[in-house]
Design a protein around this ligand. Structure first.
Ligand code: GMT
Length: 381
């Protein structure tokens, strides 16, 4: 199969999932063309069947807003025509799905299948904004197949975009078990810790939806009860405010900002707990990566998180903003090594059982085959 995959190249989960999928498909024999405005952070062009195509947006004095969506649609159409793509799989609806639908129409009557994967904020924050609603809804409705990364997101999409009649298949995000197995037993997070200190980790893009101030609030309460250290991976708009808060709380010596890291498993391995007090998460890929590293997750009972973290089995879930509850739950777990060990073991087991790359990539491939048989039957009729 010849597949075009378009995504955001940044550190966000949708780009990570798209990139991991592209690499897995190429190593299994498909020809995959990744399309974005920069090389995705996790993309390794290790297979001779994997290609990257940069979308270049020319600047012109008239353009206050250079039209990326058009440059992307042109690149998609050009690749589909000249690389003879069978299918475009777009991750994050805005604007990728709209550009893909335009490319499909440019090529018509030659068939080009479009699969759209919804990741969360493309529906819940951006796609439902009146500025984007009509185009997002249209692209989702007319894609040949639509997937959502959780059942929660499937239902939210139906509601927020008012598209009751469109089937949306839930295909969750995934991890490559071996990648997380390789760091097992390494010092990982413990490299930053003193003997006897518990290590708590948070990974995100530091956007308001992640509530990084709650991460610190929980940590400070834990630290008041037992020796602990906080490792923060990622970067984004709320980082400066958080750094400032650490200074006023005089806890800079036990809070380490590591910035963006490609190999998060190097920091997750050996950690005691993962904190994710988000206001919303359609899935929470960062939580899944922590589970895969045997790190129990303390998080909020919002969005798709309960589909990833099992209450009392692989982590602890609390109402949004309940920093007292999260801290008390974390302290109780850290003080009970037997319960912690059991939870850590099950975290890895459940992550591999339910979200391993082989299973999920096979589901995408099966979807592609179903879509292609439908698209070709339609073109022939
Ligand atoms: O968190 C974001 O806004 C970024 C976005 C992205 O592009 O990575 O994250 C969303 O997609 C991830 C991958 O499917 C999910 O794991 C995140 O839960 C989701 N973020 C939100 O729903 C807030």
């Amino acid at each position: 199969m010849r597949i075009g995959i378009s995504c955001y190249p940044t550190w966000g989960g949708s780009g990570v999932v798209a990139t991991e999928l592209a690499m897995a498909l190429a190593s299994a024999g498909d020809e995959v063309h990744v399309i974005s405005y920069a090389l995705p952070s996790r993309l390794q062009l290790a297979s001779e069947r994997l290609f990257f195509h940069e979308v270049v947006v020319p600047h012109y004095p008239l353009f206050e807003y250079p039209p990326y969506s058009l440059a992307l649609a042109s690149k998609m159409a050009e690749l589909a025509r000249h690389q003879r793509l069978d299918l475009l799989h777009v991750h994050y609806a805005v604007p990728n799905a709209v550009s893909a639908m335009l490319a499909k129409q440019i090529l018509a009557p030659h068939p080009l299948a479009v699969v759209t994967t919804l990741h969360g904020t493309d529906v819940t924050l951006v796609g439902n904004d009146p500025s984007y609603l009509e185009t997002t809804r249209w692209a989702v409705l007319h894609s040949d197949a639509v997937t959502a990364v959780s059942e929660w997101l499937r239902q939210s999409t139906n509601y927020q975009l008012c598209i009751e009649d469109k089937p949306i298949e839930v295909i969750p995000n995934f991890i490559e078990p071996e990648r997380f197995e390789r760091v097992r037993g390494t010092a990982g997070a413990r490299r930053w810790a003193k003997p006897g200190e518990k290590v708590l980790v948070h990974v995100s893009n530091f956007r308001p939806v992640k509530r990084v101030m709650d991460v610190l609030e929980v940590f400070l309460r834990v630290r008041a009860e037992l020796p602990a250290r906080l490792l923060l991976v990622g970067d984004g708009p709320d980082r400066a405010r958080l750094e400032q808060r650490c200074r006023t709380e005089r806890c800079c010596d036990v809070v380490t900002f590591l910035g963006n890291l490609g190999e998060v498993e190097q920091v997750l391995a050996g950690a005691d707990l993962f904190l994710l007090p988000s206001e919303n998460e359609s899935f929470g890929l960062a939580a899944l990566e922590a589970l895969a590293c045997e790190v129990p997750v303390v998080t909020t009972r919002v969005g798709g998180l309960p589909e990833v973290v099992e209450e009392g089995v692989t982590g602890l879930l609390f109402p949004l903003g309940d920093v007292e509850g999260m801290a008390a739950g974390a302290v109780a777990l850290l003080r009970d090594p037997e319960r912690h060990r059991a939870m850590a073991r099950r975290a890895r087991e459940r992550a591999v059982e339910r979200f391993s790359e082989d299973r999920i990539v096979a589901r995408y491939r099966d979807l592609y085959e179903r879509v292609l048989s439908g698209v070709h039957a339609g073109a022939a009729g």
